[in-house]
Design a protein around this ligand. Sequence first.
Ligand code: ADP
Ligand code: MG
Length: 451
Amino acid sequence: MGTEIWPIIKLALRKTVGEAAFTNWINPLELSLLDESMAQFNAPTKFIGDWVARNYGDAIKLEFAKQGESIDRLSFGVKAKSSAIITPKPHITPKAERTKTGSADLPGAALDPRFTFDNFVVGKPNELAHAAARRVAEGGEVSFNPLFLHGGVGLGKTHLMHAIAWEIKKRDPNARILYLSAEQFMYRFVQALRFKDTISFKEMFRSVDVLMVDDVQFIAGKSSTQEEFFHTFNALIDQNKQLIISGDRSPIDMEHLEDRIKSRLQWGLVVDVHPTDYELRLGILQSKQETQARYNSTVEISPGVLEFMAHRISSNVRVLEGALTRLYAFGSLVGRPITLEMAQESLSDILRATDRKVTIDEIIRKVTDHYGVNLTDMLSARRSRSIARPRQVAMYLSKKLTSKSLPEIGRRFGKRDHTTVIHAVKKIEELQSIDNQIANDLEVLRRMLEG
Ligand code: ADP
Ligand code: MG
């Protein structure tokens, strides 16, 4: 056994700890020794080593175990050359040189070359976010400052931020762009405090033309980092520098974020990236397939497979991409076209994990919205047609889309008997074949509920 296993473990950790944590903490590590039960690492600083030991120790041991290495102990040393990272004022370039060096001296995270506007597929759910990102990248007359992008995991926020950075660089190679995760921002700040070097921290951040902070929710609740973020923010806005920030929800909805920061974040433009819909997912798959096909021309995917994936894998785009990559790997192994069955087989774990679990609450909510009835009426004893029919539809959908029993469903609809539910299911099944309106309603509701 040897240290060559480390790249494999790293690859696995990248998935489990997430991109930001991986870049900050795991990637800088070097596995220097692996023996019976101990793994010894070199870390760039003691701080990083300590942090990893405390926060990611178990995750690392687990990945070793999965590779058949049972490790009880992790030890972290510091590489000699790492001192460069902690010398005071490493990031400040004299002003005169700055224009020449562009942003090469900035300590941000690397930009992913695949995350460009060209590779970004636009659909209804992300068209606003995309348009705003384009506008900011083009630096037109109207400025959206700050631009705040928010939305769930894996919906393309980071992709859009990188795309903005690439575009700005293309237009002005000297632009000083600093892109980093909020976690890195905090890490820099904590380091500056530790080494009593907050002045150069401030100078460095304030010397940029464009500052991008990804996943800002990370600093919610961390008061001194918030404070510093707020000052940096204000200083840059005052100088008319562009800020682009992302978060997992809108500023207003962020708990533990100070009110003054919330309100500052809303000064500019707040746009959300909505969950993908079927059309967008299919578009993304087709575009990725074209890219894949350039490298993997031997693999053939049968008609209907991409549609199936777009329909079933609705959680996030990252998962969707992973699934396609796996199909290609699979296809090149078996050496024949990938059929629907093969896809189902090789993606079974992903399909299981992303199977939408529709709840009765969701069904009731969607049905009341759809028919414009209110919740109290829906759950009441009222029997007028305008209320009874939507109630039956909701009961029917509860039976069809959840695994709840008839008595349980009855209880949830204002403590009704299970025979009432049976009656509702029969009634709607009957109507479905003779009443177009009902058939349409069901189709729409099903689509909404199943994502
Ligand atoms: P987020 O930052 O919102 O969690 P990412 O930007 O990291 O999500 O996106 C996750 C993955 O999905 C990336 O590989 C990204 O390229 C891809 N992706 C997301 N949305 C799109 C899109 N509209 N077109 C192409 N790829 C996308
Ligand atoms: Mg992201």
